[in-house]
Design a protein around this ligand. Structure first.
Ligand SMILES: O=P(O)(O)OC[C@H]1O[C@H](OP(=O)(O)OP(=O)(O)O)[C@H](O)[C@@H]1O
Ligand SMILES: NC(=O)CC[C@H](N)C(=O)O
Ligand code: SF4
Ligand SMILES: [Mg+2]
Length: 488
């Protein structure tokens, strides 16, 4: 997949967050709050579209929710009782305003806006066919293919057109769409990306994570089921199942890293799962040491679990700056190097002379581990044992997480022993795949019919990867915009 982030691709980037509300007086203000709670899922850009019963209004901007959607004039320009929004981390299509969601188009049925979390793994192929048939794309985002498939569908009703479009799409999609007929919300048949439903007063809310419901004072009703399509209109709420039934395979990495620990994903508390993975790691890979130290932020719950299981004291040996975001993105090697140091610093008084177990949730390129282990040694650690609360990340994600290509994944290039040497640890261990499944409440991974998507660990992708398999890189390039090609 040609990802087009113009900056470095050091890490597993976040994905996207979506939030929609039907039937509240200050709909766009509520969406702004909800997006704020989902900011960890995408920090490149944000957008809100509202529907006032006659017209759609949109504001989209590069950057964070705060600074763009905390302004009265912006919220006032988004009137109506229906609104939806998006925070973006691009997976297909460059980081530019034309790709910022919600995307909007005037169709034969009227206005149509779409907010998408996920990635369509046959978007390039669909786009090539649509362009040959005369479609004129306004963006380079995979999401826009859905709009064109709806627009060109031979079915008569908007809903039938929409279902027809989704049946041609492969990959991951949680969607919130707004039309004059109502809000249409759906999750792909495998439920790869999350989506939940809540209520506040008489209004219905849909959001990527439950934390966004909490923040706006809404009550969690249930998750949108994999393969479910919900239509909310003045007539109420209607649920249909337009796809053939398959065993769902939600993304396991939501539990490991992406979701906020205070969210409930697939019915499980993310915090509890992370703690359980840490405990499992302590059982599978013990180490003789004085302290258990988390790599903040996402390593913290697993480190608590490891410490409780092993009986080794948990301490904050690394302090993080709250003024540096989840991933500090800066072009240029020198600044990037400074970035990690800005974010984390050793609590030297604690570390000096101790044997420590460092816990992080994942190793992607190894940038963080390499620097943190060195930081611990510089602070006087006697031994540094690194433990990782996920299996080795050996494969790229094509479902909405912007992973580096395989060649840049440390675990795809080295054995665990080589990785340990590379990061200069005294020992390195990862939780097993079955251990991760145990922490999720399963007995083991069902090899014949896995309970989760875990492709970045196992390489077992739950859908075709048509663009990877059928669209040659040269053709992929020809489908991209000029600016996108220049940024590669
Ligand atoms: O091996 P690497 O390429 O360095 O990537 C892995 C690191 O990236 C993530 O942290 P990040 O700083 O993005 O976010 P966090 O603050 O949520 O832990 C993850 O938690 C690991 O620490
Ligand atoms: N990370 C995501 O979910 C991104 C959504 C969509 N594929 C985009 O690139 O805009
Ligand atoms: S490949 Fe990994 S990150 Fe992507 S959806 Fe599957 S489990 Fe999640
Ligand atoms: Mg981290």
């Amino acid at each position: 997949m040609l990802t087009t982030n113009p900056f470095d691709d050091d890490k597993l980037r976040e994905e996207c967050g979506i939030f929609g509300i039907w039937g509240a007086e200050t709909a766009s203000a509520v969406v702004a709050l909800g997006l704020h709670a989902l900011q960890h899922r995408g920090q490149e850009a944000a957008g809100i579209t509202s529907w006032d019963g006659h017209q759609f209004h949109t504001h989209r901007a590069m950057g964070h929710v705060a600074g763009n959607f905390d302004r009265d004039d912006v919220i006032r320009s988004l009137p109506g009782k229906v609104a939806c929004g998006h925070v973006r981390y691009s997976t297909t299509g460059e980081t530019a305003l034309r790709n910022v969601q919600p995307l909007f188009a005037e169709l034969s049925s009227g206005g149509f806006s779409i907010a998408h979390n996920g990635n369509i793994s046959n978007a390039m192929k669909l786009r090539r066919d649509l362009v040959r048939r005369g479609s004129i794309f306004q963006s380079t985002s995979d999401t826009e293919t859905i709009i064109h498939l709806v627009a060109t569908s031979a079915y008569r009703s908007l809903l039938d057109k929409f279902i027809d479009a989704l049946k041609q799409v492969e990959g991951a999609y949680s969607l919130i769409c707004m039309t004059p007929e109502g809000m249409i919300v759906c999750r792909d048949p495998l439920g790869i990306r999350p989506l939940v439903m809540g209520r506040v007063g008489d209004a219905y809310i849909f959001a990527s994570e439950t934390v966004a419901l909490d923040v706006v004072g809404a009550t969690f009703i249930r998750q949108v089921e994999p393969g479910e399509l919900i239509i909310v209109s003045d007539k109420g709420l209607r649920s249909i199942r337009p796809f053939a039934n398959v065993r769902p395979r939600p993304c396991v990495f939501e539990h490991v890293y992406f979701s906020r620990p205070d969210s409930i994903v697939d019915g499980s508390s993310v915090y509890s799962v992370r703690k359980a993975i840490g405990a499992q790691l302590a059982i599978e890979s013990p180490a003789d040491a004085d302290l258990v130290i988390p790599v903040p932020d996402s390593g913290v719950p697993a480190a608590i679990g490891y410490a409780q299981q092993s009986g080794i004291p948990f301490e904050l040996g690394i302090i993080r700056s709250h003024y540096v975001g989840r991933t500090f993105i800066q072009p240029g090697d020198q600044v990037r190097h400074l970035g990690v140091k800005l974010k984390h610093n050793a609590n030297k008084a604690l570390i000096d002379g101790r044997r420590i177990i460092l816990i992080d949730d994942s190793i992607v390129r190894g940038t963080t581990s390499l620097k943190i282990v060195q930081m611990m040694r510089d602070a006087g650690a006697r031994e540094v044992h690194m433990r990782i609360a996920s299996p080795p990340t050996r494969h790229s994600c094509f479902y909405g997480v912007d992973t580096p290509e395989r060649a840049k994944l440390l675990a795809a290039q080295m054995t665990i022993g080589q990785m340990s040497d590379y990061i200069n640890a005294d020992s390195l261990a990862f939780v097993s795949v079955d251990g991760m499944y145990k922490a999720l409440g399963e007995d083991f991974r069902d090899e014949a019919n896995p309970q989760y998507c875990d492709a970045c660990f196992t390489g077992d992708y739950p859908t075709h990867l048509t663009d990877q398999e059928e669209v040659a890189p040269a053709d992929q390039l020809s489908l991209l915009g000029e600016r996108e090609r220049a940024s590669l």
